[in-house]
Design a protein around this ligand. Structure first.
Ligand SMILES: [Ca+2]
Ligand SMILES: [Ca+2]
Ligand SMILES: [Ca+2]
Ligand SMILES: [Ca+2]
Length: 579
């Protein structure tokens, strides 16, 4: 077997040569690594992690949120921060919260140290919130875009609106633009034809002058604010906020696309979620506070926090918003179980569960003793980018309740958040679902029941408001046409009120229009008894059976002369601004 031995020797030789060459090959491939240069530094971590509650909580590296006890001297706070080598990044004076800068990697340790100080009420990391956070495997959260854009109005395929009796509610009101819904979300498409005329305008701020005119720390925040990019354009680069807002307030009866629950409400975009759908407790707490300070009546929170821990900054912000008269509405969650999810499980938050088109309880919808009401939250149509999507989630049940609260507040702008919540809950339809789940009265699956918009607005005591409410002034002359003026009701539909007068020289039309609605008051010159000043009362009456402040009287005054120049001259000095 000499030949075999020779082959073995040759192979052995080749192996040795190969082994000797290997370092050279490696060197030829990556010559720079053989020098003494240090390895390039890895990028700083942007997130920390902590085992908590139901899983791992992520938080922003280098930041913690602290609330100092009330009445603590500032000097004490300063020396504590100095001793701990901590600096202040941001402050929320209304909530008494401070965002502190701490060394990266030591967030939990620093929070624990501060918690031991008698000056500190609580301290915790600046936790991450994910808008589409599913804590267990759940429904498909990716946006499913419709294959075919229907030629017929999309309202016909919005099963959710007739289900909650929205069309019958619209006989009473289609929603006043005086009611603002803040969407604490990923922003809103400000130029979408279905939303652009619904965007709230901050009248205390002058656009584009580079000045913080209303002194709230945000320059030129004319239509909300973007906490992610810290600018005045809360645009939606994720798609969620536009989808949610369209369910509540899409422009309706405009001949295009879809319908919203409240056609008239205004949208305040609070952009705190970024293009991946992530946010932080600090931004969310600040966004909720901003919305409450700027007069939002409803704060829509279509998301929940992972892990089920009680979020202190969000809790404090929600309590603040409630104290300012806002109704906070949040998703019960898509947990498939009975876990408490926040913010829905907080006090002063309406927790909304989902129903399907058969008034069933979808498996994903969280059930627990915090659930207040149920609303359509399965196969819900909304605007997504340049088209539509149909999605399931308790996140999309929330804007139904927000839109309904806007309708209720339109019928009566003077209700408290507790009164609005009570009307929505007491008129919700009980025992619509599986009898094993939807037991008589309140239950953990449906809360007080599936919302009924028509019943809610009809149970709301109508507070009739009209403009002008202090009198109408007319100039009537032989040498010009007789004038007419409008009395406008900005809050409710034409069916809810009427206006009458008994003077032979006054005629008043029936109310017309949705919301706003109006009557036209005309002067019949021939009925006037002669030249001079004449007055007559106009009686404005709510025709709803359930009303307050009723009826109202508006005085109509006519100044009648042969030639109008005789009237114009003294008017310049009397300053009748209403003409
Ligand atoms: Ca400002
Ligand atoms: Ca400005
Ligand atoms: Ca539309
Ligand atoms: Ca029930």
């Amino acid at each position: 077997m000499k030949g075999a031995s020779t082959i073995k020797s040759i192979l052995h030789f080749l192996l040795v040569v190969l082994l000797l060459l290997l370092p050279c090959l490696a060197f030829a491939e990556e010559p720079m690594l053989r020098t003494t240069d240090p390895a390039p530094p890895s990028p700083p971590p942007t997130l920390g992690r902590k085992e908590e509650g139901r899983g791992v909580m992520e938080f922003k590296a280098g930041e913690i949120i602290v609330k100092f006890k009330e009445g603590i001297p500032q000097a004490g706070v300063q020396s504590l921060l100095l001793a701990e080598d901590i600096s202040i990044l941001d402050e929320m004076d209304n909530l008494g919260l401070r965002l502190l800068s701490v060394p990266q990697g030591r967030e939990l340790e620093k929070a624990e140290e501060l918690k031991r100080s008698p000056l500190v009420e609580y301290a915790e990391p600046n936790y991450v919130v994910q808008i589409a956070d599913a804590i267990t495997a759940g429904p498909d959260y990716s946006f499913r875009v419709l294959d075919v854009e229907p030629n017929d109005p999309l309202f016909l395929s919005q099963w959710n609106l007739p289900k909650i009796e929205a069309p019958a509610a619209w006989d009473i009101t289609t929603g006043s633009d005086r009611v603002i819904i803040a969407f604490v979300d990923s922003g809103v498409d400000l130029t979408h034809p279905e939303l652009k005329d619904r965007i709230w305008i901050n009248t205390d701020e002058i656009a584009g002058n580079g000045v913080d005119d209303d002194g709230n720390g945000k320059i030129d925040d004319v239509h909300g604010w973007d906490w992610v990019n810290w600018d005045d354009e809360p645009l939606d680069d994720y798609g969620h906020g536009t989808f949610v807002a369209s369910i509540a307030v899409a422009e309706t009866n405009n001949g295009i696309q879809m319908a919203g629950v409240s056609w008239g409400a205004e949208v305040m975009p609070i952009k705190v979620f970024d293009e991946r759908g992530d946010s932080y407790h600090w931004h969310i707490a600040d966004g909720i506070t901003y919305a409450a300070d700027k007069g939002a009546k409803i704060i829509n929170l279509s998301w929940w926090l992972r892990s089920g821990i009680d979020p202190q900054p969000v809790r404090i912000a929600v309590n603040y918003a409630y104290s300012k008269g806002a109704l906070v509405v949040a998703a019960a969650g898509d947990s498939f179980d009975s876990s408490y999810l926040y913010p829905a499980a907080l006090d002063h938050v309406v927790s909304v569960a989902a129903t399907d088109r058969y008034d069933g309880h979808p498996d994903f919808s969280t059930y627990n003793d915090k659930v207040d009401v149920a609303a359509p939250g399965d196969d819900i149509l909304g605007l997504y980018q340049d088209t539509y999507a149909r999605l399931p989630s308790t996140r999309f049940a929330v804007p139904h309740v927000s839109g309904l609260a806007a309708l209720v507040w339109s019928v009566n702008p003077y209700l408290t958040p507790d009164e609005v919540e009570s009307i929505i809950e007491s008129t919700a339809v009980d025992q619509v679902g599986d009898p094993a789940e939807d037991t008589p009265g309140r239950d953990d699956y449906f809360g007080y029941g599936r919302i009924d918009a028509s019943a809610a607005v009809r149970a709301t005591p109508h507070y009739l408001e009209v403009e002008p409410d202090d009198g109408l002034y007319f100039l009537v002359c032989d040498d010009s046409n007789s004038p007419s003026r409008k009395i406008t009701n900005p809050n409710t539909n034409s069916s809810t009120w009427s206006a009458t007068a008994i003077a032979p020289w006054l005629s008043i039309s029936d109310p017309e229009g949705y919301t706003p609605s109006s009557v036209t008051v005309s002067i019949d010159e021939g009925g006037l008894p002669g030249y001079g000043l004449h007055t007559a009362p106009i009686t404005v009456t709510s025709t709803m059976t359930n009303h307050v402040n009723n009826p109202k009287t508006i005085i109509a005054t006519v100044n009648y002369s042969s030639q109008c120049w005789r009237n114009y001259l003294p008017l310049l000095f009397k300053n009748y601004g209403s003409y």
